[in-house]
Design a protein. Sequence first.
Length: 652
Amino acid sequence: MNTWKVIMMVKKIRVQESPVVAPDTAVIKTRKKDQTIEYKTLKLFRHMARAVSPPPVLTVSEWADRYRKLSSESAAEPGQWNTDRAPYQRDIMDSINDPMVEDIVIMSSAQVGKTEIILNIIGFYIDYDPAPILVVQPTVTPMAQDFSKDRLATMIRDTPVLTGKVRDVKSRSSGNTILHKTFHGGHVTIAGANSPSSLASRPVRIVLMDEVDRYPASAGTEGNPIKLAEKRTTAFWNKKKIKVSTPVNKASSQIYKEYLSGTMEEWNVKCPCCGKFQPYEWTRIRFSDVTMECKFCKEHIPEFDWKQSEAKYIAEHPERFRKRSFHINELASPWVRWEKIIAEWKEANYEYKNYGDINKLKTFINTVLGEPWEERGKSADDDSLLSRRERYTAEIPDGVLLLTAAVDVQDDRFEVEIVGWGRGCESWGIRFEKLYGDLEKDETWDKLAAYLDQELYFASGSSLLIALTCIDTGGHYTTKCYQFLSRMEKMGKRIYGIKGFGKDSQGIPLIHKLSTNNEYGVKVYILGVDSGKEIIVTRLNTVDEGPGYCHFPINKELGYDETYIKGLNSEQRVTEMKDGRAVVKWKKKAGTRNEPLDLRVYNTAAVEILRPNFDVLESKVKAGINYMKRVPKGTSKNKRKRTGNVSRGVQL
């Protein structure tokens, strides 16, 4: 007989035996005691029923809507998660629950919540479907550690259903570390794509690969990190492989390649006027009234109306249902207004047109539109550059508003190029020379200092001095170079050291950062030389005089002969396969020297460091003012010429 029947029989007997009189105190206490026992018994059975009953059927998005809490440290809108806030995330998350889907690919812009999608997936498996999980970041330090401490740890702390399941790292008995967290039925391991040992440590059922386009081509000597991570899932029939990234270069983009091999689903929104579905496209955004034109009815519809309309993913290849691939751009984001996106585009376009700098334009395509950057064609050939040389009638041709210099340090010489710059970074090669000498001797460096201090003249008789010089601190004379830079700095000269960013600077902007971390504390700019070479290739392809065009003199004494031109064209961008992955590299042509190309990169960095206001410079050059000349000490303030600043502090 079950407990519930026993309780009911006892209650019936008590009713029959009880006299119809006012109960005394003892009887009341007995009844209360019986009621307490009954309540506790019912509570016990309720807990037992909960323990053995199956959990509610939830998808990842439903789990997040019910349990996920956003942390104040990482979310603009902390508190309860709501998928309806960014509905394009729902299908992506719920594809995880489809037993027919094994691979999920997300090629997206920034600011669309892709990291939160990853966190929701992790939270779902910790709480609802425990499994061994591997999260792969581009590097162990700092990216894997930062993800664990700043994103994963705060989600576990602020989401109650997770807090009790993953112990604190600080607890001695937790068995957890920053990069490895255990819970009942599984674990989360956070690895770096640059660390083969962390990728090959243990089998996993769920592998989440974040920012795959920033992975190295090989994890040490072990091969493609994506393939290494995927191998960890081989033992599981219900494995899930999720790849997420903002794309970079089209030729080498791993996420773009993965996207093309899947369903290729684009987020489409319904036109409020004609009712036809279409994707958010940058080419249909109207700057004047901040609207997007319907590609069918041609109506100009405001941002808010588009974002409030019905939307869904439409697959180009639905037959590839086992590998769902999604593309989403920032135009659909609820956290970014179109006015801000338009402002970013205008700034990037301004940088490109006025300074020939493609970095911000490339960043816009990658991080705002979520599309890979397509590399431009090969640079102009040697013959075309030689044939367009022109004769200079003065040291500085008309149109030049600024002079920079670049120095490459060789074992027995300095190679130096002086370049003139005009509006839109139109450039004129002024002089290319080799200064020979014993670089162990200070007098050789003094000779270089005197060369960089020379005054050059226009046909009108007015003059300019070199505004800034970049000198390579690599090679065999690094210490001598630092000593020279220290002396120049004390003399107030704008001569700065430069150093290339490692072997592979793909994706690194030309001016990466300023460092003074050397024995003399001198300024050394770390350069993304690959970006510099891309800028130069773009400019060499410019055929019409104006912004970006490169002028070269035919005057023999100025040094721009066939050897220089071949050196400028000494490297070409090639795509090679490494561990099954396309990698874009700059490769030097056989039998050529690349110093002219290096020097032009350094000169491009010099004008980028200055970021001059060409309007101000033009007014001074037209007035015949050599704005780089210092006013001699003792000159009356009343007689001094007015001065101004070139963007980053160059006194005019």
